[in-house]
Design a protein around this ligand. Structure first.
Ligand SMILES: NC(=O)c1ccc[n+]([C@@H]2O[C@H](COP(=O)([O-])OP(=O)(O)OC[C@H]3O[C@@H](n4cnc5c(N)ncnc54)[C@H](O)[C@@H]3O)[C@@H](O)[C@H]2O)c1
Length: 251
């Protein structure tokens, strides 16, 4: 893909699952990748697989100060961020009427405040330099809903609307933002979802059966699209929401 060689990209959630597969692919495409994750050992492990192009940072994206420090360290050590991929996320399946506000807060902090912190810090520099590409990993839960995931779906729907709004605000600054919506995918997050309760296991199995391509996703189903959206080949695309879910949703 064009324009990825040497591009500096900050990626959250790179210690595991979709984030890890995406970091490895971006490094393969020649990007210099800053892997931001709570899980420092996992981030280091991913960085080690990036052939000298990966750099691990221990960051809790819900903590604004930590985000500012890590972005500053990345830019001091490697140069200005040219791409941002927000991939970190978290959920646990509980029917909404059985949830409490402590759980809402945790889900909203990780899936909404975390990406907002990342945008607020990284996009200031991009706006000054009038260039930048952002990819936000949302979820099909945010497009069509997902039983047991009401608050998470609200956050992911919020991320889709947030992406479109910033795409409008920042287009004249040469910054593009697009959202990718995975369907059910075989990662530690989905394993946790299924293991959390009998209801989680039932919902997980039902989702897999409903997929036209007859399998759930794997982390490697996403990095090609994420790399494309960070590349110059996608320079005329912004504000778009793309599902990668085996045909589960066809919007
Ligand atoms: N797996 C699925 O079925 C599925 C479906 C739709 C959308 N998604 C989305 O895809 C993205 C990646 O999910 P995954 O399945 O690869 O999950 P995963 O659990 O394998 O990886 C998530 C990563 O995010 C990191 N993380 C969590 N909270 C963090 C925080 N506060 N600060 C920094 N890092 C944090 C974790 O340490 C982990 O490394 C998420 O945004 C998720 O919501 C996943």
């Amino acid at each position: 893909m064009r324009g990825l060689s040497g591009k500096r990209v900050i990626l959250t959630g790179g210690a595991s699952g979709i984030g890890r597969a995406s970091a490895l692919r971006l490094a393969e495409e020649g990007c210099i990748v800053g892997i931001f994750d709570l899980n420092e050992a996992g981030a280091r492990d991913t960085a080690a697989g990036c052939g000298g192009r990966g750099h691990a940072y221990a960051v809790d994206i819900t903590d604004r100060d930590q985000v500012e420090r890590a972005v500053a360290a990345f830019e001091r050590e490697l140069g200005p961020a040219e791409g941002l991929a927000n991939i970190a996320g978290w959920d646990v399946p509980v029917n909404f009427l059985d949830t409490d506000q402590a759980l809402w807060d945790r889900i909203i902090q990780i899936n909404l405040y975390g990406p907002m912190n990342m945008h607020h810090v990284v996009l200031r520099g991009m706006a000054e330099r009038s260039a930048g590409r952002v990819v936000n990993v949302a979820s099909d839960a945010g497009r069509v809903g997902s039983s047991g995931e009401a608050v998470y779906a609200a956050c992911k729907g919020g991320i889709i609307a947030f992406t479109k709004t910033l795409a409008r605000e920042l287009a004249r600054k040469g910054i593009t933002l697009n959202a990718v919506c995975p369907g059910p995918t075989d990662t530690p997050l989905f394993d946790g979802f299924k293991a959390a309760s009998p209801a989680g296991a039932k919902i997980g199995d039902a989702m897999a059966r409903a997929i036209p391509l007859r399998r759930i996703g794997v982390p490697e189903d996403y990095p090609g699209l994420i790399a494309f959206l960070l590349s110059d080949d996608a320079s005329y695309m912004t504000g778009q929401t793309i599902s990668v879910s085996g045909g589960l949703t066809m919007a």
